[in-house]
Design a protein around this ligand. Structure first.
Ligand code: ATP
Ligand code: MG
Length: 386
């Protein structure tokens, strides 16, 4: 609910508050930069300020700003507020006006916090409570389980009047971790996985590998569209995907191998990702794999595919069931872009390998596999624009 005269969004962060002061300062600054970039990118008028322990955004359009900012990594929650002078009369009046316009039925309570001293929160609650009782005919106080609560946070410079708060995604501001390469396929899982790393502060460098005759013409478009969703949450970082032409390598792999070819394809992909990570100074690779979701994703086969790279392979969806991943993709807005299965399914042999050995796989796979990966990664370019 938006109080009448609202002019500010008050942002609360979670974990950042528990950091040492140096780290906290750096993370707060990054969060403020990111908040400013998001409102700019979304065309919302506003200006970010860094109050001690919480950023705020002054804006003529607090409702839209609140909606947009509530998706930004590092935001635990936020409230759309009206600011007033930190004086008893002004605060009581603003609380009463807010109740007059938004308190419709049931019971009410006033909650005041005065973390920097100045006013007494008890006295303020009592004064505002009786003012509301005199202005709102149906008013009835219930301090334990009110139907409507009007709140104020009184700081030294100004007071913030608000009614409720909206949850953000939590996590850490993008840019507070080192970048990682995200393998994105145009499927449902991979954008959700990339988002998990982004939400914890790591900028992702998306890599899409075109599979030639085994891929589908619209997979690239779907991969790009789903990454564009992520880009909107992190406009401070360049998330334009790399597109790699893997057609020749995949065709050669299909000619050379039957059993184990899906594993070697994954090994090729991880090697491509590693080469791009080295070029970009990224420190890991994230995939949308989940334990047992496909034959290439058994515990044994994840060991065999991971052995293709010296970088850590992050699999944030490892323990999630498909319906839970689908739910997350829908919430993230990447589901529409990704609702048909990825084309590499067509490459799967009749009897896929689920319990192979690394030495056996290395014997079977083409000796040039990693050379192809190096060649194809070297030729990869980022798309020009979303
Ligand atoms: P997704 O997992 O992307 O929703 P999917 O489940 O059909 O689609 P899988 O076969 O499970 O795809 O692929 C496992 C992981 O391998 C993907 O999550 C992604 O990280 C990576 N991957 C698969 N195909 C590609 C591709 N063409 N380009 C880049 N990465 C890919
Ligand atoms: Mg998958």
């Amino acid at each position: 609910m938006t109080p009448p005269g609202a002019d500010t969004v008050l942002v609360r962060y979670g974990e950042i508050g528990a950091k040492s002061s140096g780290v906290r300062g750096r993370m707060e600054r990054q969060l403020c930069t990111n908040l400013g970039a998001v409102i700019d990118a979304e065309g919302v008028d506003g200006r970010v300020e860094r109050l001690p322990t919480r950023p705020l955004v002054r804006t003529p359009d607090p409702e839209r700003a609140g909606a947009v900012l509530s998706r930004v990594p590092g935001v635990a929650s936020l409230s759309v507020c009206r600011t007033v002078a930190p004086e008893r009369g002004a605060v009581v009046d603003a609380l009463a006006e807010t109740a007059e316009s938004l308190y419709e039925t049931g019971t009410f309570a006033v909650r005041a916090r005065c973390p920097e001293g100045g006013l007494s929160s008890m006295a303020l609650q009592r004064a505002a409570g009786s003012e509301i009782e005199s202005r709102v005919a149906h008013a009835s106080v219930d301090l334990d389980a009110p139907d409507f609560t009007v709140r104020v946070e009184v700081r030294a410079e100004e007071a913030f009047v608000f009614v409720d708060s909206r949850d953000g995604p939590g996590g850490l501001p993008v840019g507070t971790q080192e970048p990682v390469v995200a393998l994105v396929s145009g499927g449902i899982d991979s954008p959700v996985a990339a988002y998990q790393l982004l939400r914890r502060g790591a900028p992702v460098i998306p890599v899409y590998i075109e599979l030639g005759e085994y891929g589908g013409p619209d997979h690239e478009a779907r991969a790009v569209a789903s990454v564009n969703r992520l880009q909107r949450l992190a406009p401070t970082h360049d998330l334009r995907p790399y597109v790699v032409d893997g057609g020749e390598a995949v065709a050669a792999l299909a000619d050379a191998m039957d059993r184990g070819r899906m594993l070697s394809l994954r090994r090729y992909m991880l090697r491509v990702a590693e080469a791009i990570a080295d070029r970009e100074g990224a420190d890991g690779i994230v995939t949308g794999e989940a334990l047992g979701q496909k034959s290439s994703q058994t515990a044994r086969n994840l060991k065999l595919t991971s052995a293709a790279t010296r970088l850590p392979v992050h699999r944030p969806l490892l323990t999630l069931d498909k319906p839970a991943i689908v739910e997350r993709a829908k919430a993230l807005g990447t589901y529409e872009e990704a609702s048909i299965p990825a084309g590499c399914n067509r490459l799967a042999p009749a009897r896929p390998e689920t319990r192979g050995r690394l030495s056996k796989l290395q014997e079977l796979e083409p000796a040039e596999l990693f050379a192809w990966a190096a060649r194809d990664a070297a030729a990869a370019t980022r798309i020009d624009a979303f």
